[in-house]
Design a protein around this ligand. Structure first.
Ligand SMILES: [Zn+2]
Length: 488
């Protein structure tokens, strides 16, 4: 009898899992219908969200409640929908520069407000009440920074509750006593799934609630839903999932919310190749969070074996934007073989609506245990310093008259300009623009410098690295690099 029941349970599990797979595939395929077009880049502001939130004030299916204010007085709104008795609470962007899940939330609202997927939506909204708190740290988002206006990390304020943002989160959690809490973040794009070159596009954690890392029913339920979401992401981004270390952090919200009795699920959106604005990752958030909500409504997650949680690879941080392997470097008359790890760091423009790149060499030496979004095998290439173009060019617009490819082929990586306007911080040319009096520092390959040099093979320059971008000097250059550094 026991065996028969087991077989039955297995059959049921496969059946319900299959159903979930179907809804997931449909959500993925129809995503563009629901994508909130007003939010298409990472630097989004509180003021851009308000007209979108106001739409739902007028929709009788939704309830919009002001639940608090940020330090600078920006409203924190809770958007609720559903008639069920199980509460699910989702909050995003407690770190101001982590907007991916905020965008996905507005996609989810569009989906919930539509007339499509009626059966699935009835399943969700009859058994659950969903509560969304998008952009918990709007003051940080305003200047695209992690911390709030007080300069503290809201995610280390769960005990002391000094920030109004943290207080609001605690108060809403306590008033709802939600069954599930989704703590939605972005992580560095340099995380990878351990011992692979795959970026950790999504990372998960069911935070511990004590130093012993015990697993009670609250935490076990979070783990099961994570396994469910991992299975979905694996389909669309194979191998690109990581699991966070579950060391207990007594000051963090996730850990405390788990302790307070809400199954806490941390989702971190990381990197995805050629997706600087993280729009593909946003889509994966949308698909996996909605599917998770569906499995919570159906309670089908309960059949998922807990042991699968430990099988998700751990997060590691071994990715560079550009990895150059086995280049030859000449120093004081000797030749050495080096790998270089290069990252393209973003520098915000004054209004925090856009950015330009200022790249750095992060590491050099044997980097064979590291990976790159872009990897270049420089065997047979020698690193050479770039030169300053001998003529002074009147202004940036006249750069168009210079043939960039032949400039680089001749080894020129710096061009002097007669006039550099004060407000000018970037150009799209693959050379550095320098002022009339600027002195280029002597080239010495070391950690922390802006990676700018040539790669020469058999006496011929074939590639240039300019501000961390690899350029084939024989090909037309990409004119949208947010690239060249300007030194006055
Ligand atoms: Zn975060």
């Amino acid at each position: 009898m026991k065996i028969k029941l087991g077989v039955l349970a297995l059959f049921f599990m496969l059946f319900s899992y299959g159903q979930n797979q179907t809804i997931t595939a449909s959500l993925y395929e129809t995503y563009d219908t629901y994508k909130e077009a007003a939010l298409d880049k990472r630097r989004i502001k509180h003021s851009e969200l308000q007209p979108l939130i106001n739409r739902y004030r007028e929709n009788p299916d939704f309830e919009v409640t002001k639940v608090g204010e940020s330090i600078e007085g920006r409203d924190l709104s809770l958007i609720s929908i559903g008639k069920g008795t199980t509460d699910v609470f989702l909050w995003s962007q407690m770190h101001g520069d982590e907007p991916t899940a905020t965008q996905a939330m507005f996609d989810i609202f569009n989906f919930l407000a539509s007339d499509d997927f009626k059966n699935e939506k009835n399943t969700i909204l009859d058994s659950l009440r969903l509560h969304f708190l998008p952009m918990l740290n709007p003051d940080g988002a305003e200047v695209f920074q992690r911390r709030n206006r007080l300069g503290i990390d809201v995610n280390r304020d769960a005990l002391r509750l000094q920030s109004p943002e943290g207080k609001t989160l605690k108060r809403v959690r306590d008033s709802l006593e939600a069954a599930f809490g989704f703590n939605l973040h972005d992580q560095s794009t340099y995380y990878n799934a351990e011992r692979t070159e795959k970026p950790a596009t999504i990372s998960y954690l069911a935070p511990a609630y004590n130093y012993e890392k015990e697993i009670n029913k609250v935490r076990a339920n979070a783990m099961k839903v994570i396994v469910f979401m991992n299975n979905i992401i694996q389909k669309y981004a194979p191998g690109q999932v990581g699991r966070y270390n579950d060391d207990f952090e007594p000051r963090a919200f996730g850990d405390n919310i788990q302790k307070w009795g809400t199954s806490a699920i941390l989702i971190e959106s990381g990197g995805y190749p050629d997706d600087v604005e993280k729009q593909e990752i946003r889509k994966l958030n949308y698909v996996s969070i909605l599917s998770a909500i569906y499995t919570i409504a159906e309670e089908s997650y309960k059949d998922i074996p807990l042991t699968d949680y430990e099988k998700i690879p751990e997060n590691d941080r071994k990715l560079f934007d550009l990895k150059i392997e086995r280049a030859t470097y000449e120093l004081l008359g000797e030749s050495y073989m080096l790998d270089l790890g290069i990252n393209r760091l973003e520098v915000d423009k004054a209004d925090h609506n856009d950015f330009w790149y200022s790249s750095r060499i992060l590491d050099q030496g044997d980097l064979s245990t590291y990976y790159g979004y872009e990897t270049f095998n420089a065997s047979g290439y020698t690193i050479r310093p770039g030169k300053v173009y001998p003529q002074v060019v009147p202004s940036q617009s006249e750069l168009e008259n210079l043939a960039m490819d032949s400039l680089l082929q001749s080894g020129y990586t710096y061009v002097r300009l007669e006039n550099i306007p004060n407000e000018q911080l970037e150009s799209n040319y693959p050379v550095h623009l320098i002022g009339k009096k600027y002195k280029v520092p002597e080239f010495n390959l070391e950690i922390g410098i802006n990676p700018t040099f040539l790669l020469e093979k058999n006496g011929k320059i074939e590639y240039a690295v300019i501000n961390g971008f690899l350029v084939n000097v024989e090909k037309p250059f990409n004119a949208n690099l947010k690239n060249a550094m300007i030194y006055r």
